[in-house]
Write a protein that binds this ligand. Structure first.
Ligand code: 5GP
Length: 114
């Protein structure tokens, strides 16, 4: 199976500005930022989207969320707050079929989202 775009970023075959990595997850800056801070946190495992996650993925998904909070703190967002977003499927605007958590912060967010 060919690698996803984000697997290639995780394997450093495609350049990106990494802000965190460990054996399970990688966090890097979004190429088209929608906020002053816009980071994507991905599992190294190429789970396509949350709807296709399996029970055995629970540990990596929990780890990913905890690391998202750590990255947010490291980037100075702990006090002002931030938003975590998972787009799943066409109506959500999912463009890259490798599960990713958007970490957005550094400005006031609106609700409901567009
Ligand atoms: P989605 O719409 O699938 O939830 O989000 C995909 C995100 O990946 C978008 O915010 C888009 O800007 C980002 N993205 C797409 N291609 C690249 C890339 O090559 N490098 C980086 N760093 N981000 C990318």
């Amino acid at each position: 199976m060919s690698k996803t775009l984000f697997e290639k970023i995780a394997d450093k075959e495609i350049p990106a500005t990494l802000v965190y990595e460990d054996e399970h997850v990688v966090a890097f800056k979004d190429i088209d930022p929608q906020a002053p801070v816009h980071v994507l946190i991905i599992p190294r495992k190429p789970i396509p989207r949350i709807a296709e996650a399996k029970p055995e993925d629970h540990a990596v998904l929990g780890h990913l969320l905890l690391k998202a909070a750590e990255v947010a703190k490291k980037l100075g967002l702990a006090k002002t707050g931030y938003r975590l977003v998972f787009n799943n499927g066409p109506h959500a605007g999912e463009a890259v079929p490798h599960l990713h958590c958007h970490l957005l912060g550094g400005r006031q967010m609106k609700w409901p989202p567009g």
